[in-house]
Design a protein around this ligand. Structure first.
Ligand code: GCU
Length: 711
């Protein structure tokens, strides 16, 4: 078998070289591009505030004045955002006032900042929506129709403002508004994997946004735009450095820089968090060890927390990657993850901070299968974590593969709150070269029923704290912005940042609604164009899965996490190879994780466990994740597994290629600059999807021994 792989390696190298020459990317013309649509560079993301089209008359009638009372930084931001947004959308300014005048108006504020809102006596309703929630209601005052955006908290008023602007941006009616919004989880955080040298781990859109050499003295205006954009979808915190953490971030010099960002972002409701290196007491403090039970270590972290909170009074807390992929951690000293987390939690507790401990651990001594390890490590510690400690779990048990079943720790941790870690940056999903909308993938995950407390215990509800009563709730995404003008590399990758924010706010929103909102705000309100863009987005993930890793296949990549490399058998660790996962040989393909195999299915509650375990009931999208099947295994369609695989790869590559034609049909409806930039990347995607198809099928054919037959 080894020999077959080696031969394949040599042959496929030549094959790939030929393919790459054949598929070189040409500049795609945009025939029919309409000069009346001015070029855009994507910098404004979804806050372009383009004229909203046919609804504008209705808006102009109802918005003759904006009233923002209060004099805080946040109320000034609200006034400024509304004033410039309305000006851009309406083409003429709308006055912003601090005092009520009898006119059709929008009034924004909190009972504390606004006399007008106090007078409405909505306090009880506002308490129910919380400090981040808001109410938007049409009402009348002194004979005038007014729209009130009210919240118990200033940040809630800011979120309400952006929600209201979204209604205008997407061309919705604002006649009889009666909206009550409250976020489903408390923490809606971004994780940046940014290094202090300006590089970004798994970043595909240029270098880091943070200019460490200029901070704290110079504040790039982009930091403010970053905060606005996040606030527009309710994101309320950011871990700004890589989980593979450089200890220098905890030095006084860097903390002053971090404080400058925190000060800037505070009025937008964005709290700063830092990834902490567990060995900092040794590497920075000069202590002989970083043992969490050593009093000197405990004191070092307490003093460090005090230093941080002196500079950043609302510092969010630490994110920690410990004993994972070479990072230091408590296990270096024979201590558990809970002991490590609790030591840091105790240092942060007096200041109101939290520790977010990552469950992305896979020590070989725990279990031979990486899929099972984190569940084993963390469920045995459930109940041992401090009240201000939470565990952050990736959506699936391996590592942001194109499709994974949900991680069994969701629902499995009964006493320790879990946050979901998603990944907007497309590490294994085409790296900002491929158009892949993650909204549909995240919805599959969030809607998965864990059955932790009977039917309906979806992952989303677990995260809300509605299945087990979690004190802390949240969702997190590893994100994709960098210094590229359009922030995310691919214009459509912006949608993943947006979708994360919207789903963190409300995981019950549909992927379709989010895609449509985003398309309207980002490109156009022209209905047929929006329909086309939304449909492209909605099918894009399934398309990507089909031409890369269908039917539950996973990790068919090499070191770059981009190109196909199913023959990969020589990584530094066995569980970084591809062959470890697909296990293809002449008898079949797939990983037997059933009760007869390595029993990974038993980490799920019944009936999910049985659903996955039973070949007849296991969803075919997860077939080879849980089962090992012969090449002639009969699929539900009646086709042989081998033929089904061929069909998936062919149809996926065909759909990827078809996106080019669909996009071409929008020439002239999208500005030509963005149209061309997207078209160029779609050409790369089409070429690379064909490479995936050919490479994978040629490789597996060595084992199946059957011809590659297109559908
Ligand atoms: C993946 C990724 C790494 C990252 C790691 C993590 O393995 O490739 O770059 O550091 O996840 O989530 O910690």
């Amino acid at each position: 078998m080894q020999l077959r792989r080696r031969n394949f390696l040599a042959a496929s190298f030549v094959g790939l070289a030929i393919l790459s020459i054949g598929c070189h990317v040409v500049d795609t013309p945009t025939p029919g591009a309409d000069a009346r649509v001015p070029d855009e560079n994507g910098y404004k993301l979804w806050l372009r505030y383009a004229p909203p089209g046919k609804s504008v008359d209705q808006y102009l009638r109802l918005i003759r004045l904006v009233i923002v009372q209060g004099d805080s930084a946040t109320s000034r931001i609200i006034g400024k955002e509304l004033s410039s947004a309305l000006n851009m959308m309406f083409g003429s300014p709308v006055p912003v006032s601090r005092t009520w005048k009898p006119k059709p108006a929008v009034i924004i504020g909190t009972p504390a900042t606004s006399k007008v809102i106090r007078g409405l006596k909505w306090e009880n309703d506002l308490i129910a929506t919380g400090l981040d929630g808001f109410i938007i209601r049409s009402t009348r005052m002194e004979g005038q129709s007014v729209i009130v955006i009210a919240s118990a908290g200033e940040i809630g008023a800011l979120y309400g403002t952006f929600h209201f602007l979204r209604l205008l941006q997407t061309g919705q009616s604002i006649q009889e508004l009666s909206i009550v919004e409250r976020p489903k989880v408390q923490l809606r955080l971004l994780n940046h994997w940014d290094n202090l040298d300006g590089s970004i781990e798994r970043g595909y859109a240029g270098r880091s946004l943070w200019q460490w050499n200029e901070l704290p003295g110079k504040l790039d205006p982009r930091y403010t735009d970053y905060a606005r954009v996040n606030a527009s979808v309710g994101i309320n915190g950011a871990v700004i450095n890589n989980v593979n953490a450089d200890v220098r971030i905890l030095t006084g010099e860097y903390l002053e820089k971090v404080a400058a960002l925190a000060n800037l972002w505070r009025p937008y409701g964005i709290r700063v968090y830092l990834s902490a290196n567990f060995a900092a007491p040794v590497r920075l403090g000069g202590l002989p060890n970083a043992d969490p039970l050593d009093p000197a270590v405990v004191d070092w972290w307490k003093a460090k927390a005090e230093e941080i909170y002196r500079l950043i009074p609302d510092f969010g807390g630490f994110l920690v990657k410990a004993n994972s992929e070479g990072q230091p951690g408590p296990k270096d000293y024979g201590r558990t993850h809970a002991e490590g987390a609790n030591m840091l939690a105790d240092a942060l507790a007096p200041h109101g901070g939290i520790v977010i401990w990552r469950a992305f651990v896979y020590d070989e001594d725990v279990d031979p299968d990486r899929v099972k390890r984190a569940y084993i490590e963390f469920t045995r510690l459930d109940g041992q974590f401090r009240p201000n400690a939470v565990v952050q779990v990736k959506n699936g048990p391996i590592d942001f593969q194109p499709r994974e079943p949900f991680h069994s720790l969701f629902g499995g941790m009964k006493q320790t709150p879990v946050l979901a870690e998603l990944q907007a940056t497309q590490e294994y999903l085409g790296q900002a070269k491929h158009l892949v909308y993650h909204g549909t993938m995240w919805k599959e995950f969030l809607d998965s029923d864990t059955f932790a407390r009977g039917s309906g215990s979806t992952v989303g509800k677990v995260l809300e704290g509605a299945v087990h009563p979690y004190r802390i709730t949240g969702m997190v995404s590893v994100v994709n912005p960098g210094l590229d003008t359009n922030w995310c590399g691919h214009h459509f990758s912006q949608a993943n940042w947006y979708a994360f924010g919207r789903l963190a706010w409300n995981h019950r929103l549909s992927a379709e609604q989010i895609a449509e909102e985003w398309a309207r705000m980002t490109f156009t309100n022209d209905d047929p164009t929006v329909d086309t863009i939304r449909d492209m987005m909605m099918s894009s993930w399934e398309t990507y899965v089909s031409y890369t890793m269908p039917l539950g296949l996973h990790h068919l990549i090499g070191f770059d996490h981009y190109a196909p490399m199913p023959e990969n058998d020589t990584a530094p660790r066995e569980d970084w190879t591809a062959v470890f996962y697909h296990r293809a040989d002449a008898d079949g393909i797939g990983f037997d994780r059933t009760k007869r195999g390595n029993k990974a299915v038993e980490q799920y509650f019944p009936p999910v466990c049985d659903l996955f375990d039973n070949l007849a009931s296991c969803p075919e999208k997860f077939l080879l994740w849980f089962h090992r099947c012969s090449w002639d295994y009969r699929m539900k369609s009646g086709k042989m597994l081998w033929q089904e695989l061929c069909d998936k790869y062919y149809s996926g590559a065909e759909q990827a290629s078809a996106m080019q034609g669909t996009w071409q049909s929008l020439a002239g409806r999208i500005d030509s600059r963005r149209h061309k930039e997207v078209a160029d990347r779609l050409a790369i995607q089409a070429a690379d999807s064909a490479k995936w198809r050919d490479h994978i099928l040629q490789y597996f054919q060595l084992f199946s021994g059957m011809p590659v037959t297109p559908p």
